[in-house]
Design a protein around this ligand. Structure first.
Ligand code: GAP
Length: 447
């Protein structure tokens, strides 16, 4: 993990937040390359969920959430972790993260009994700070999907089965954030709430589990590093009938990358008005506050249904950590030296191609390089960089380390015959190609 963390800082992927003031625990910023990688991962998820299917709509909802949403969702009561205090050094820990009943900081056995600690962040809304006008920073993006259920069906005329996808920030006041970007207090989720007819839920659950494993493999995660587990009954969230976790072999151990839950009719049943009119199977809190009917009408039978929900919910930051970990390699070269390479799938690479004039600031070479950069950039396949450092060896090493799939060199021969050298990151092989063929080569190597 240390090598990866060091590369992330050195090359501009991920920085600790507010480091200049000592940092804030459990918060990270994505630098120039990190933001590209993260956007590419989100884009791959959005494409597979929304563009490549015909049964999913997208949403981008607000982060600040009405307290009643989180009352009826059960979060106010149950979104807690067990907290213990060390009586000796006054540090606080999550009880289930403590080994041998000893304080991880000072080793004392003098710990308090565990007590529930609510993980939601609360904030004041508006200018009056008397505690009455508050909202929560959403602890999951899911609830805002449920509260928009009627808006989406009314505006799209969807019928079951269909889904609503959302990518966005979520906030949890984790007791012990740790392991770099694995467990943080502000993170992003990629969540799909897929609404199905009751009775077809188990079949859809299985389909989504398979589909999500395939997606991670397409992002470069090798199957041997994934473990699929059935969450034991005692550990299920209050809304879940069954949850399957996709676990990944992170550098610090095997932990959850994505959860795929069968949330039954709990969510829509919790937030609808007139709950008694429906045959809600889940154990929902009586709701006399909602003003909206959230059931969906079958267009053939005219019957109103509270749908079941299948939810694949993945962490973007954990995804970034997983794909970085898969891609990071230190290779021995024939000349006895070593090179570090990030063998990212090209669609995830922060920079898609580097165009390198052989001689720094040579007007003819730079102008040729600039014109090629413009034409590749106009394909809108991601960032193309003009690398005018003038040291080809150093540029190759840097681009290997940040995962650029190809480096294109403009040299003096280019000025004579319009040919360029293209170096492949993984094989390090070089080919000579006419500049007119570069666009199609670039496109076919990225898709
Ligand atoms: N809507 C369901 C839900 O939020 P979850 O298992 O609590 O379920 C889903 O979270 C995913 O969000 C996890 O699989 C994980 O990838 C990510 N996640 C949860 N807490 C996180 C944290 N503190 N830091 C980073 N990612 C987190």
């Amino acid at each position: 993990m240390e090598d990866l963390v060091s590369l992330c800082k050195r090359r501009g992927f991920i920085f600790q937040t507010n480091e200049l003031y000592g940092g804030l625990q459990g918060l990270y910023d994505y630098g120039p390359l990190g933001v590209e990688l993260k956007n590419n991962l989100k884009e791959a998820w959005w494409s597979s969920m929304v563009y490549e299917r015909d049964d999913v709509e997208g949403l981008d909802s607000s982060i600040l959430t009405h307290p009643k949403v989180l009352k009826y969702s059960g979060h106010e009561e149950t979104f807690t972790d067990p907290l213990v205090d060390c009586k000796e050094c006054k540090s606080r820990w999550r009880a289930d993260h403590i080994e041998d009943s000893k304080c991880p900081s000072c080793g004392s056995s003098e710990l308090t009994e565990p007590r529930p600690f609510n993980l939601m962040f609360k904030t004041n809304v508006g200018p009056i700070d008397d505690g009455s006008n508050y909202a929560y920073l959403r602890p999951e993006t899911a609830q805002q999907i449920f509260t928009n259920f009627k808006n989406v069906i009314d505006s799209t005329s969807r019928s079951l089965p269909f889904g609503i996808a959302q990518i966005g920030k979520a906030f949890r006041n984790e007791i012990t954030p740790r392991n770099f970007i694995f467990r943080v207090r502000e993170f992003e989720q990629m969540e799909l709430e897929f609404f199905v007819e009751p009775g077809s839920d188990e079949e859809w659950h299985n389909k989504w589990i398979e589909s999500r494993i395939d997606w991670w493999v397409n992002q470069g995660v090798i199957k041997e590093n994934l473990e699929i587990i059935d969450v034991p009954q005692k550990d299920l969230s209050h809304y879940s009938k069954k949850t399957v976790d996709i676990m990944y072999r992170f550098p610090h151990g095997v932990e959850e990358l994505e959860g795929i839950a069968n949330r039954t009719d709990f969510d829509i049943g919790s937030h609808t008005r007139h709950q008694k009119e429906y045959d809600i199977k889940a154990n929902v809190k009586e709701n006399n506050d909602s003003v909206t009917k959230l059931a969906i009408q079958n267009k053939i039978t005219n019957k109103w249904t509270i749908p079941y929900v299948i939810e694949p919910s993945a962490g973007v930051d954990r995804g970034v950590l997983a794909v970085l970990n898969e891609a990071y390699k230190v290779e021995k070269l024939d000349n006895g030296k070593e090179r570090t390479v990030l063998a990212l799938k090209p669609h995830l690479s922060p920079i898609k191609a580097a165009i390198i004039p052989l001689k720094r600031n040579n007007e003819d070479l730079v102008s040729k390089a600039l014109s090629l950069k413009k034409s590749l950039q106009s394909l809108r396949l991601g960032r193309v960089l003009l690398d005018n450092s003038g040291n080809i060896g150093k540029s190759y090493r840097r681009h290997d380390e940040i995962g650029t799939p190809m480096c294109i060199t403009i040299d003096f021969q280019t000025l004579e015959d319009d040919s360029v050298t293209i170096r492949d990151r993984d094989s390090m092989e070089q080919i000579r190609l006419n500049i007119a063929e570069v666009s199609s080569y670039f496109q076919s190597n990225l898709l």
